[in-house]
Design a protein around this ligand. Structure first.
Ligand SMILES: Nc1ncnc2c1ncn2[C@@H]1O[C@H](COP(=O)(O)OP(=O)(O)O)[C@@H](O)[C@H]1O
Ligand SMILES: [Mg+2]
Length: 498
């Protein structure tokens, strides 16, 4: 399939639908201008461009020699000049967005649009970001420059490889077909010029496209697609060897990893959508979410609902949709929604924003088949029932307080993590002392005992650890009732993670 004519098609449709204004948000002005030139030639209409630096000038012919008037520099003058043109034409207004809060500019645009029946001028507004005032919105169509598809991206890689080769005594760029396939897949969602930049930097360091390049590329890509805090790239993923217990969850994820990677033999299987981890606070849900990315060897993106609400008043939904789209562009990736209940709680008194957010999220989840979602929740009371319904996510796991064997494992993990030999300690005995402790509380006991050791100028030993465990009042004692309720709720609705 050729995408150039398709690009033109959409633009042509907008023209045929007689939209006097066409809004284009793009960072790829040159590519848009190429398209407009083609379109103007096909439609046999003149093409003009306006920019603050050059004023209004004709683009499709070299008219400098014929131009008797000075180019209209000021936006208002340019629009008046356009109004005076009697023959239908295309105009592209480059970076016109700063003038769209000027009443005279807006009125002139509206005049031009309403005059369309008389003189069919089409004005294309092209900026990196564009929000039209309401009085113009209804008169304007929106056009998006499509991103290059896999075939075009492959061609770009080939072009850049050849170019490197020419500059390096015709040495060949080293890579293998799997890495190359992943490279192209990971470039999806980027504009041609951004993709080219990233391909170039992947090749230039060593004349090879390797797995290390893919990791660097994912980071760079994320930065290009910046969502300012709402969606963040987590550099710290975890490994499941750092997570005690949760055996059922680990097995379940292990079965899905090859499908996630679309390994041979998994072609007929449905893409895994993700999972929701519900459970006691401090049970390792957030840690496990990070470990999923480690296990899948995929980038980890974190969606922060708090930032969605706080940073962009009135724009939360739009930003949610954009973040989800961005996550798709980063696919294959793991999208982590920590404490999701805080983002989409049912009874929030916010004028319906969170309900609409939930709606957008559910719609996306139903259609998503490229991003693996790991959501976590501590508070079931705030969890909307729609989210729990089958089909949105593949499975809901319940993360209970660790049993004795798991507690021993968690002790060993946190001792080892801090440079101790787990074998020097009797972890099963410690497990026996910590009935009702969460993973986080076990970690805190280890941390506290180490402080005590330093204060007493001795090496960490069982006695110090035992003392620390006995001093701790686990949350599960204070929270006995809510935890019992949580367990009752989880029965039948969820699968035990451990
Ligand atoms: N099962 C576990 N294995 C190892 N460490 C754990 C476990 N559960 C909790 N921890 C420790 O406690 C910290 C806090 O746990 P966290 O993942 O934030 O729990 P949750 O998200 O369920 O509230 C973790 O970063 C980890 O150091
Ligand atoms: Mg957490």
């Amino acid at each position: 399939m050729h995408s150039r004519p398709a690009e033109l098609d959409v633009l042509s449709h907008l023209i045929d639908a007689e939209f006097p204004l066409v809004a284009v948000e793009t960072h790829e002005e040159p590519r848009l201008l190429v398209l407009l030139r083609k379109l103007a030639a096909m439609r046999k209409r003149p093409l003009f461009a306006w920019s603050a630096s050059e004023g209004l000038r004709r683009l499709d012919l070299n008219m400098d020699a014929f131009e008797e008037e000075a180019p209209a520099q000021a936006p208002v003058d340019a629009l008046r000049r356009i109004r005076a043109h009697r023959a239908p034409a295309f105009y592209v207004l480059l970076d016109f967005h700063p003038y769209l809060d000027h009443p005279e500019v807006v009125r002139l645009l509206k005049d031009l649009a309403q005059d369309y029946g008389r003189v069919a001028h089409t004005l294309v507004l092209a900026s990196h970001a564009l929000s039209l005032p309401p009085e113009l919105k209804r008169l304007a169509g929106r056009y998006e420059l499509p991103m290059p598809d896999s075939r075009e991206l492959e061609a770009l890689v080939r072009e850049e490889a050849n170019r490197w080769s020419r500059g390096n005594a015709h040495a060949k760029v080293k890579t293998d077909s799997q890495t190359l396939g992943l490279l192209v897949r990971n470039l999806r969602g980027l504009s041609t010029s951004d993709a080219r930049t990233l391909i170039r930097s992947a090749i230039v360091d060593d004349g090879a496209i390797t797995e290390a390049d893919l990791r660097a590329l994912n980071r760079a890509k994320f930065e290009l697609l910046d969502m300012e805090g709402v969606l963040s790239f987590e550099h710290e993923t975890a490994r499941f060897t750092e997570v005690g217990g949760l055996a059922a969850l680990k097995t379940w994820l292990g079965q899905r990893a090859p499908v996630f990677h679309r390994e041979t033999g998994t072609e007929g299987l449905d893409a895994p959508k993700g999972t929701l981890l519900v459970g006691v606070q401090g049970g390792g849900k957030s840690l496990a979410a990070k470990a999923v990315a480690g296990l899948f060897g995929a980038p980890l993106l974190r969606l922060d609902f708090g930032a969605l609400y706080n940073k962009y008043h009135g724009e939360s939904e739009r930003n949610l949709r954009q973040s989800l789209k961005l996550a798709e562009q980063m696919a294959p990736c793991v999208l982590w929604m920590d404490e999701i209940e805080k983002g989409v709680s049912q009874d929030a008194n916010d004028g319906g924003t969170s309900r609409r957010m939930l709606g957008s999220l559910l719609t996306w989840m139903a259609e998503n088949n490229s991003v693996f979602v790991v959501a976590t929740a501590n508070d079931i009371h705030q969890l909307p029932p729609e989210l729990i319904r089958k089909g949105r996510l593949d499975e809901i796991f319940f993360v209970d307080l660790p049993d004795s064997a798991t507690r021993a494992e968690i002790f060993a993990i946190h001792l080892a993590k801090r440079g101790h030999q787990a074998g020097d300690f009797d972890c099963p005995v410690l497990a026996g002392l910590t009935e009702g402790f969460s993973g986080a509380e076990i970690e805190q006991a280890v941390v506290g005992a180490r402080y005590a050791a330093v204060a007493a100028k001795r090496v960490l030993d069982m006695e110090l650890l035992r003392g620390e465990c006995q001093r701790t009042q686990p949350l599960s004692v204070v929270m006995a009732e809510p935890i019992a309720e949580l367990r009752a709720w989880a029965k039948g609705r969820t699968v035990p993670a451990g």
